[in-house]
Design a protein around this ligand. Sequence first.
Ligand code: SAM
Length: 249
Amino acid sequence: MQQYFIENIVQVFDRICLCEDQAHHIANVMRMRKGEKIRIVDANQQLFLAHVQFEGKQVYACIDEMIIDTSKSNVDIILAQGLLKKEKWDFLLQKSAELGVSEIIPFISSRSVVKNKEERQDKKLARWNKILLEACEQSKRTSLVALHETCHIKQLKEIEADVKLVAYEDADIVSQRMVDVLKQHQNVKCIVVAIGCEGGFSLEEVEMLEQYGFIRVSLGSRILRAETAAMSTIANLSFYYDMIVEENK
Ligand code: SAM
């Protein structure tokens, strides 16, 4: 069943006119018929079952019932990610959304190979947000990923979270395991993990992040590509907080 995010706040029995992209997808891509069921997520992240109606080129969602949402994660996971080259970046956005990331903060650091050209920022943000929206709809998340504007690594100082991790490939794989750091923090509601770009972090950058309260952690003995490190860490954090911590409550 297809899912669509809308900007309105709705209730049962409302009838909402869907935007042009969604109307095109329903009518021309999915070739839905009148009465077919869809899922609607409203601006309050409430999940509803609805059915479609057609009037000319307009497509309406008629809200039938609210659905209990079981997809929400127990913890907000923020990914602070060194900007990557285009193809890897697009792939990372899509997979991070599927894996449950809450926010993504792209940053430029000393070893960034992608230069952040201001004049194209708006265009890139719009394309990146489209990738995230489509991944959220496809994975039936009921929350959208919040994508921040690209910042400089120094601005990660402003991030507030219960736990702040910096995945450092030269961290000690025995004494600085991520799981040991997670065990030291209880009642976590928000966690941020910083992952370097293709060239990684300089030691000075890691030490600067530690000044900002980040804790250096190893992701194991293998050196992962940046996109692999980001995706595996998001998956591991989701698993840890949604399975392990939940079961031990
Ligand atoms: N310096 C790395 C190298 O020697 O190839 C390049 C950086 S790695 C491709 C990109 C990022 O992934 C790193 O900055 C780090 O954040 C993360 N990463 C990869 N493997 C890791 C590991 N084993 N432990 C901790 N972080 C890792």
